[in-house]
Write a protein that binds this ligand. Sequence first.
Ligand code: ZN
Ligand code: ZN
Length: 357
Amino acid sequence: MKQTMKAARLFGPNDLRLMDVPIPELGPRDILSKVKRAGLCGTDYSIYSGEFSFVKNGLVRFPFTPGHEWSGVVVAVGSEVVNFKPGDRIIGETFVSCGKCDFCLRGRYDNCQDVRSVGTINAWDGGFAEYTVFPDRHIFHLPDSVSFDAGAFVEPAATSLNAIQMASVQLGDVVLVHGSGPLGLLAAKLAKLSGASKVFVTGRKDAKLTVARSFGADVAINTTRESFAEVLARHTTNGKVDRVIETSGSFELLLQSLDVIRTRGTLAAVAFYDRVLQQVEIDKIVFGQISLVGASGSTGTYEPVMALMASGDLDITPLISGRYRLKDILQGYRDMKDRNDIRIKWLVDCDDAEQGQ
Ligand SMILES: [Zn+2]
Ligand SMILES: [Zn+2]
């Protein structure tokens, strides 16, 4: 067994280094996995660029290994692990709980007060590396029929499904999704799979909106050219929708959406806003009986997402817009910004890290 591995370590904004680091020792309930695929997320980029609010307020502490959307294969397990064995195909959760507090001991890990987020806040080392080490309670089996590529999409898809559930999308609903990145497109597809009768997606890049049209959106709206409210007026009764899923992070879109939600409709906000709510006409929410809900994380939605992937109903292939080898990951980060017009999701291939060094 090797003692060291290649890992992409982030030492601070704009300071990512591919380096040899020790492979961590395994505790009795830990799992060592060979990483196969890891997705580059907008959050990863905003930490790298330093724009992320939690970098500014010091909650992101350097250095660490980013990469919270990964899939891999078990290589070794600790002495007390019973549900996993070497060779198992797996994915990991985006946080690691303390394992000791009252909540953890009762299995309610998402209530743990001492959480480390994978590759972000108070970071646990993530998947931009040859290997990861995770406690078994945060590892899931990946069905045999689900590819490692799709495995890297389970977390973003589970986050979008959580938003769909928080928004209470019902059979026959008209749904408006703001944002044509991975969360928006996955929300559009999952809304359709949840029985939405019509799904609208807004975005600013034509290439992504073209993908949206083949991935759940009945109507895709480029907001740099058209007002979404005008498009809704042409395609719906009274220009209103039942549910809005806001993934773009645009405060303006969030506010404008209050004007297009039907009575008793729901608006679920999934993005980071880094803003204080001001100038909101609260009476609009009161008289419209609008539910404004926050949706973050993916606890409880991994299994249904993997089931949809295994059944073939959720094929994420159209969302892969580029691939990088681990040794080229810095280019992937740079292209997040430079090629944003076409980028939905970059995947990092981590299983050939030794080649071409
Ligand atoms: Zn992410
Ligand atoms: Zn805990």
